[in-house]
Write a protein that binds this ligand. Sequence first.
Ligand SMILES: NC(=O)c1ccc[n+]([C@@H]2O[C@H](COP(=O)([O-])OP(=O)(O)OC[C@H]3O[C@@H](n4cnc5c(N)ncnc54)[C@H](O)[C@@H]3O)[C@@H](O)[C@H]2O)c1
Length: 313
Amino acid sequence: MSQRKIRVVVTGGAGFIGSHLIDRLLADDNTEVLVLDNLSRGRITNLARWQGNPRLDVVQADVRDAQSVQALLYDSDIVYHLAAQSTVMGAVNDLGYTFSTNVVGTFNVLTAAAHHGVRRVVFTSSREVYGEPISLPVDEESPLLAANSYGASKAAGEAYCRAFRREFGLQTAVLRLANVYGPRDFGRVIPHWFELAQAGCELPVYGGKQVLDFVWVGQAVEALVRAGRLEGSVPPINVGSGTGTRIVDLARRIGRLVDSHARLSLQPARKVEVTRFVANVDRMRQILKLEPPLDPLAYLPEVAPLPVRVALT
Ligand SMILES: NC(=O)c1ccc[n+]([C@@H]2O[C@H](COP(=O)([O-])OP(=O)(O)OC[C@H]3O[C@@H](n4cnc5c(N)ncnc54)[C@H](O)[C@@H]3O)[C@@H](O)[C@H]2O)c1
């Protein structure tokens, strides 16, 4: 008799982190994955290598549509909930979409998961829930003082995760991701600067004082997978490198990688952006048994445009 496969739903699975998660999950022959994505930022091409694989089902659907979510989560064991308005500037520019996707959409996913008796929902929260931290590194007991609509929507999602655990016994795991980087991302600082540097353009640095925590997508995916396998209730967990990178050092390093003499152009700071974050990663180490690399930017060459990558190897 053949063993029943583990059935996993990944909302936002055609996006940057989601598609890497799919690669990791489908590497296990015993796992079947259903991707629920409205393709607003996700791309089907991110999943091209799995085209025709019977263990992957991709459904274009929207987490704001409670009925679809209810139907699609039927009979699933684990739900990784990544679908979101996923950028700070995107959130600020479309408050309504951010609220309905990140808050109502999360509520719909939790409701359906509780209804179908899903074993665990893994929720991708963000370091933005802390707002501007009082001190560094930031541990998970720090106050949640979100400073923009994106952070506020993630804090609300976390609160619903907590409430559903208490009220319906739904096991959730909240991962507060730092700044994730890797191939397939776009519109965020690292891919944007690579493009500009390669075109020989100046790299705009807003404010210039930022110190942030960058984490390789492979590590973020590993954290998600391990969180999905946990037993019992778990507290929120930071997923980061635990090391601060000065934004100007990041820009210089990108410039060196593409061998351009791209200059930095200092721009006024953007009010909604948090300027300092370094994660305390003790819980990540203890609960997820994950060790961050010594150099958080060690994988930067993997993100560089192809000709550069070839030149580097
Ligand atoms: N990338 C980071 O640095 C980072 C940091 C902290 C938290 N996160 C969180 O991790 C998750 C994944 O982020 P990402 O970087 O892969 O972003 P992404 O934008 O690449 O992926 C999000 C996916 O959600 C889909 N989506 C958006 N609205 C939807 C809706 N209403 N219904 C269904 N699908 C919808 C998009 O099409 C996209 O494929 C998000 O929840 C994001 O907030 C990301």
